[in-house]
Design a binder for this molecule. Structure first.
Ligand code: UDX
Ligand code: UDX
Length: 457
């Protein structure tokens, strides 16, 4: 009764929401989402999804049990589907050749072998994880090294969704990119994938390309986004020395329509599972092909990010009289950005650890990410206090540092918070989220990013 059967291996941040939206928009397809993690799959079957994304539960509920299914039976899903998305994680290698830079493709390869092993009919295999350029070729080599004569086509369909806005990004994408071999069978497979998205995405937004361009475009898009943040962050350091305001500079610069205004918010640093990993990947590929200058160029985007994080924590220590031993310091937000529970590569991890190295007592509050914070900071419990309530986190603290731009922090009763803190009370706004003038009037010593501080002494 279904016109296509689609499987997705990997029910994470990317696979889960993407398949939920496909299933909701295409009731004529059967969508099987599978994963090796039983706990994750079980969570997808409840009201308590394993990831937090605004609007996601409604999308899942619209299709779950109708044409959207979650299971751990990876083999059955492979056997019954003509189209298989692969969305398993591809972390940075931590060992051997390319450690610290190259992508660790062991899960990917394992999945490819499993697909090969189980398949008895033609399959279109779609790379959804971000992968180094030319991975599709490796996949093809593995899949076609079979005596079975089962035809496989490998398609690259990188995901551009951002966490916190995943559902919206999937429903109204700027573009969908589908890369394939430009052979007759490759083009036919490409069209099949175009047909899926064409159920809700206007055709002019569905771009097709060769498979290498599609793979590379994903890395480059993330590298460009990260580069903009590093650029404005480098300027934030200069603004703090010159009485310029990075907010005014980024507004003036961003209004140039050639530049554009987005991704020009100075911050304590960018985090997330993609930017660092993808840039390291790009650097590794450049080095592999002997392109030293391009490799160093992109590496500097990461160096600037590290500089921004360490600059922030150094400023905190310096301003709080060069010692924070025994002082309570509250971190407002731990997620790598607002509207997600994800803390992967969050600058807050680094900042929290540094503060603890200086023997501060770190109180962390976050509306969604405390569970992840507990895992990220395992082993540091002695100097750590994880609290739901921001007022509790701030009580008795010498300083507050805003790590994540949760909107709710704007509407807190800051007078009440001020009253409950040790004096002088310090506020370091790592996201330029709050009303600095008002906080200063209340009595805080306020340190925005890329702007002169407002101090009472
Ligand atoms: C993934 C990739 O990590 C990233 O490179 C890409 O940009 C997008 O897709 P994400 O969905 O955020 O990102 O990863 P994660 O949330 O870790 O989900 C991956 C899932 O794959 C996990 O649930 C894991 O259990 C599953 N998995 C992993 C398998 O099912 N089989 C494996 O062999 C390995
Ligand atoms: C990113 C890409 O945007 C997305 O297209 C890709 O598929 C995956 O990687 P994501 O990591 O979810 O998405 O979040 P993003 O909104 O890009 O933010 C990344 C980091 O940059 C966050 O820590 C965010 O707070 C920070 N950021 C973003 C800034 O510091 N300043 C900005 O102006 C924008």
């Amino acid at each position: 009764m279904f016109s296509k059967r689609i499987a997705c291996i990997g029910a994470g941040y990317v696979g889960g929401p993407t398949m939920a939206v496909i299933a909701m928009k295409c009731p004529q397809y059967k969508v099987n989402v599978v994963d090796i993690s039983e706990a994750r799959i079980r969570a997808w079957q409840t009201e308590n999804l394993p990831i937090y994304e605004p609007g996601l539960l409604d999308v899942v509920k619209a299709a779950r049990g109708r044409n959207l299914f979650f299971s751990i039976d990876i083999r059955a899903a492979i056997r019954e589907s003509e189209i298989i998305f692969v969305s398993v994680n591809t972390p940075t290698k931590t060992f051997g050749e390319g450690a610290g830079k190259a992508a660790d493709l062991q899960y990917w390869e394992k999945v490819a072998r499993e697909i090969l092993h189980e398949s008895t009919s033609a399959k279109i295999v779609i790379e959804k994880s971000t992968l180094p350029v030319k991975t599709a070729q490796t996949m093809e080599n593995i899949l076609n090294a079979n005596g079975k004569k089962v035809p496989f086509e490998v398609i690259s369909n990188p995901e551009f969704l951002a966490e916190g806005t995943a559902v919206k990004d999937l429903l109204e994408p700027d573009r969908v990119l589908i890369g394939s071999r430009e052979t007759p069978t490759g083009l036919k497979a490409r069209q099949e994938v175009v047909d899926i998205y064409a159920n809700w995405v206007p055709l002019e937004r569905i771009l097709t390309s060769n498979v290498w361009s599609a793979e590379l475009s994903k890395l480059v898009a993330n590298a460009f986004l990260a580069q903009r943040i590093s650029s404005i962050n480098s300027i934030s350091a200069l603004c703090e020395k010159t009485d310029a305001s990075v907010l005014e500079v980024s507004r003036a610069v961003g209004m140039d329509s050639r530049i554009g205004s987005r991704f020009l918010n100075a911050s304590v640093g960018f985090g997330g599972s993609c930017f660092k990993k993808d840039i390291l990947n790009l650097v590794y590929i450049c080095e592999y092909y002997g392109l030293e200058e391009p490799a160093r160029y992109w590496e500097s985007v990461l160096r600037m990010n590290e500089y921004q994080e360490s600059r922030f924590v150094r400023k905190m220590i310096r301003e709080m009289f060069n010692t924070i031993v025994g002082k309570r310091i509250a971190l407002f937000g731990f997620a790598f950005k607002a509207d997600t529970s994800d803390t992967r590569e969050s600058p807050a991890i680094y900042i929290a650890r540094k503060l603890m190295e200086e023997k501060a007592c770190v109180a962390i509050t976050d509306p969604k990410a405390l569970e992840n914070a507990r895992i990220d900071l395992a082993g540091c419990e002695e100097n750590l206090d994880l609290v739901e309530d921001p007022y509790e986190a701030a009580r008795g603290a010498h300083g507050i540092a805003v790590m994540t731009e949760w909107a709710l922090y704007r509407s807190l009763d800051w007078e009440k918070i001020y009253k409950s803190m040790e004096k002088p009370a310090f506020l370091f706004d790592g996201r330029n989220l709050l009303d600095h003038e008002r906080l200063f009037e209340i009595g805080f010593n306020v340190y925005p990013l890329g702007k002169s501080p407002l101090k009472h002494f």
